[in-house]
Design a protein around this ligand. Structure first.
Ligand code: S3P
Length: 439
């Protein structure tokens, strides 16, 4: 029987690679970014920054950014964000502080995603923002004199938070605060602190919301070097594969273990998966505070169903499609709720995962804000059928793991429509997976 065995370094972190590029571009000095993720999304950010006059030396997995300081050059063409919500939304925060007009465009999927969530706070800060009539791309941004705000966000979103904090760097006379109902990933805050920004955060005693505040900053200064850790969202596909495919044992090296990203580990442990986390000691000389470690997963106990509710969602938002695959192999009913945000990701991930896992025989039901799955079910696949990734990288890789569980044959990935879109976050996914497959 096909099983997965071996040791890998999962792809570098996508969120951190974007932020490393953007923040070193608006800093003073030269930043060397090591273990940069060369995926389609991060290359969209890199190209936008070049269009804004930033000198970037591209040496493969190492990128050298010659920081331009806070003020960039007016672009001579629209900034194309491709499929990347992080590029469009974070860059908007920086562009809101620039005294020129710029336009952000994107591919078909990104052009259907909501941009009002950033247009609203940036407009309150004094930027002039034009979206399409229904609040989508293209975004036209005329930046300049920004005022600080105290913004109470209805959603927990690292993209909106980062956009507001980056704009806050440019606000005159006072600090900017972002409040959110639950804490979303904090990579922007950690990285800005490494570049000398003043940031504070905590929980408000009155309403229990999380707040993050930034002081306007004259200039950011490079820490010199940033090494990007492995992406737990990319490791997630292998974590689930190791937990559900009999006789598998995988060692995942140098994975980011930021507490705002490790929801998948907590869920798999609650399911009863055999997972061992070996945290690294922070390097003394390190000036970059993202915790890392190695993770060992092996097939063992039978899994049991879990509940995943609203407050846990931001800690595992991108892992829900692969968690759904794990839930098909767990005893009982797994219920995911409070995850409406999945409807506005690269596809409507609730509809997509329900439709595609149903085709493999899973007992999965759509809920307005999530899904429920009753397991365990032996997944099955007829090679004359096709599955659809809907052009969504995380759907493509989740379906690939479901197919390995169903058929044991990576060749069946050619039955996943638009499987190549995995390159948005994990260009080497197929190659890496093939090295692990043992028959
Ligand atoms: C991201 C934040 C999340 C996540 C996305 C990457 C980031 O989006 O889903 O893939 O890098 O900040 P939201 O902040 O919109 O939830």
């Amino acid at each position: 029987m096909t099983h997965l065995v071996g040791q890998i370094h999962p792809a570098p972190d996508k969120s951190i690679s974007h932020r490393a590029l953007m923040i070193s571009s608006i800093a003073e000095g030269k930043t060397t970014i090591k273990n940069f993720l060369r995926s389609d999304d991060c290359l969209s950010t890199l190209n936008c920054l070049k269009t804004l006059g930033v000198e970037i030396e591209d040496k493969g997995n190492t990128i050298i950014v010659n920081g331009k300081g806070k003020f960039l050059s007016p672009p001579t063409k629209p900034l194309y964000a491709g499929n990347s919500g992080t590029t469009a939304r974070l860059l908007s925060g920086i562009l809101a502080g620039q005294k020129f007009k710029s336009t952000i465009t994107g591919d078909e999927s990104l052009s259907t995603r909501p941009m009002n969530r950033i247009a609203r706070p940036l407009t309150l800060m004094g930027a002039k923002i034009k979206t399409s009539p229904d609040g989508k791309l293209p975004l036209e941004i005329s930046g300049g004199d920004l005022s600080p705000i105290d913004y109470d966000s209805p959603i927990a979103s690292a993209q909106v938070k980062s956009c507001v904090l980056l704009a806050g760097l440019y606000a005159r006379n006072g600090g900017t605060t972002f409040r959110e109902p639950y804490l979303s990933r904090d990579h922007t805050e950690r990285m800005l602190i490494n570049f000398g920004a003043k940031i504070s955060s905590g929980t408000s005693p009155t309403d229990g919301k999380f707040f993050t505040s930034i002081s306007p900053t004259e200039k950011l200064t490079t820490p010199g070097e940033i090494t990007v850790p492995g992406d737990i969202s990319s490791a997630a596909f292998f974590l689930v594969a190791g937990a559900i495919i009999p006789d598998s044992k995988l060692e995942l090296k140098n994975v980011g273990l930021n507490p705002t990203r490790v929801g998948i580990l907590n869920v798999l442990k609650r399911m009863g998966a055999n997972i061992q986390v070996l945290p690294h000691k922070p390097a003394k000389e390190s000036n970059f505070s993202e915790p890392t470690g190695d993770i060992i997963v092996s097939f063992g106990n039978s899994l049991k169903a879990v509940r995943i509710e609203k407050k846990e969602i931001p800690l595992l938002i991108d892992e829900l499609p692969i968690i759904a695959v794990a839930a098909t192999q767990a005893q009982g009913e797994t219920i995911v709720s409070g995850a409406q945000e999945l409807r506005v990701k690269e596809t409507d991930r609730i509809k997509s995962i329900v439709t595609e896992l149903s085709r493999l025989g899973a007992k999965i039901k759509e809920l307005p804000d999530g899904f429920s799955i009753t397991g365990p079910t032996k997944l099955t696949f007829n090679k004359n059928d096709n599955l659809n990734s809907y052009g969504d990288h995380r759907m493509a890789m989740s379906l690939a793991i479901a197919l390995i569980a169903a058929t044991g044959e990576p060749e069946t990935f050619s039955n996943i429509k638009n499987f190549e879109c995995a390159s948005v976050s994990y260009p080497d996914f197929y190659k890496t997976l093939k090295t692990l497959i043992k028959k």
